[in-house]
Design a protein around this ligand. Structure first.
Ligand SMILES: Cc1ncc(COP(=O)(O)O)c(C=O)c1O
Length: 427
């Protein structure tokens, strides 16, 4: 890569600085720049600078107030989770009554499947993508077993066509048109963790619902990455984690969406605890719950306040910048990285497998390597160039220029590091 392109990257950054100053960027572990080029926000987002102080303020309330903090803290703990509801709803295009932050992602998927996976008669199948994140695969297989069904025949794994890397929308809708009468649940990743493909959520949701199936989305790689309109798209349910694009820290609390048409439906099975009953009835100590007609009926336990703080801080940041502005920057950054990767991959055993159309992807670009190990390549990128990406064995390396804190210069460093690390082949 030439110095000209580096100068261009620096010019672009000067013209469009983004919000990097709001984050802690790790130091580089090699190479000639002090800060890492951090392209792994699709795995774990960086820490917002505001998080520590906000968390300390919540801890101070505990030290000063003890149990009184439930009502007397500056941000009282009893209704604390409500502070997260409206910004989370805005992020995913939902009504506040449809969104709640609780638990972790796979736990939430299970709690939602308690309600929304109800195999009956010949309608027993669960449709996932073959490249679903393993946790989802394990979750749906265990749900099938829980219902006394054989996971090998109950779980259908949709694969791309021969020679293709990603699913076409028609691959999903075609299956639903042909086999929909056997499908109880469609559970797909909104953005696929491996390929970075953004599925056509509204089209697939409509096809699944037309086939009489329930449709849920794992939005781990979509929330905070791409604009979402879950309510208008008529999605039945969705869940997402907050430690990737939502920058809320390792294992951070997750989000849940349940469409309002399911609220208050007493026929839906649901697991309950004291947080499932309406807030006004919570301390009446009654033996029978009175769940609200909102998604909060899916809550079970009282929420961990110190885990909620970082999610609140992050959601406030998303609110202040706004998804439309982030998506616009994301399209520019990822398009820029794609152009640089096109140059590097042209004469190397590397291939971008993420769809080329910007509307079919978020910020992540996945590169399939034709030789060597993905782990070894990311190790070298990190230690020789200070570029942090992640490997999905055996042969995929993922790069996510995150619009909040990644820069054009980070993208340039990725391309330069790949060019220096992977030998070219003569053409
Ligand atoms: C798409 C997807 N689903 C599920 C999970 C698992 O999430 P958790 O461990 O938070 O349940 C991940 C984790 O990276 C993921 O990427």
């Amino acid at each position: 890569m030439s110095n000209d392109t580096e100068a261009e990257a620096l010019r672009l950054d000067a013209a469009e600085p983004g919000h990097r100053h709001l984050f802690h960027v790790p130091p580089a572990d090699g190479g000639r720049y002090p800060e890492a080029a951090y392209l792994a926000g699709n795995s774990l987002g960086l820490q917002p600078r505001a998080t520590r102080d906000e968390l300390l303020a919540d801890l101070d309330a505990w030290s000063r107030l003890g149990v009184e903090g439930h009502l007397a803290a500056e941000r009282p703990w009893l209704p604390y989770h409500e502070l997260l509801t409206a910004p989370a709803a805005r992020l995913v295009g939902a009504l506040p009554t449809e969104t709640v932050v609780m638990n972790s992602l796979t736990v939430n998927l299970h709690l939602l499947m308690v309600s929304f996976y109800r195999p009956a008669g010949e309608r027993t199948r669960i449709v996932i993508e073959d490249s679903a994140f393993p946790s989802d695969s394990y979750a749906v297989r265990s749900q099938a077993r829980f219902h006394g069904l054989d996971p090998d025949t109950t779980v259908v794994r949709l694969t791309p066509r021969p020679g293709e890397d990603t699913l076409r929308t028609e691959d999903v809708t075609g299956y639903l048109a042909a086999e929909g009468h056997t499908v109880a649940l469609v559970l797909l990743g909104g953005v696929n963790y491996l390929t970075g493909e953004l599925m056509d959520i509204p089209a697939i949701t409509a096809a699944a619902r037309a086939a009489g199936a329930v449709v849920g989305w794992d939005l781990a790689h979509a929330a905070g990455n791409v604009p979402l309109s879950l309510h208008d798209w008529d999605v039945d349910f969705a869940a997402w984690c907050s430690y990737k694009y939502l920058n809320s820290g390792p294992g951070a609390l997750a989000g849940v969406f349940v469409h309002e048409r399911h609220h208050g439906d007493a026929t839906l099975p649901r697991f309950e605890g004291w947080w499932s009953t309406a807030a006004a009835t919570r301390f009446q100590m009654a033996p029978v719950s009175r769940p609200p007609a909102t998604v909060e009926a899916w809550q079970i336990s009282n929420p961990p306040i110190f885990a909620m703080g970082p999610v609140r801080t992050s959601l406030e940041l998303f609110d202040s910048v706004g998804m439309p502005a982030l998506r616009a920057r994301s399209l520019r950054l990822t398009g820029y990285l794609e152009r640089l990767l096109d140059e590097v991959t042209a004469d190397r055993p590397l291939r971008v497998i993420t769809p080329r159309e910007p509307r079919r992807r978020g910020c992540q670009l996945s590169v399939r390597i034709g030789a060597g190990s993905a782990n070894e390549l990311t190790r070298r990128l990190r230690h020789e160039h200070g570029v942090i990406a992640d490997a999905r064995e055996p042969d995929v390396v993922r790069f996510a220029p995150v619009p909040l804190y990644s820069t054009y210069h980070d993208c340039w460093r990725v391309a330069e590091a790949l060019a220096a690390t992977v030998p070219g082949v003569a053409r």
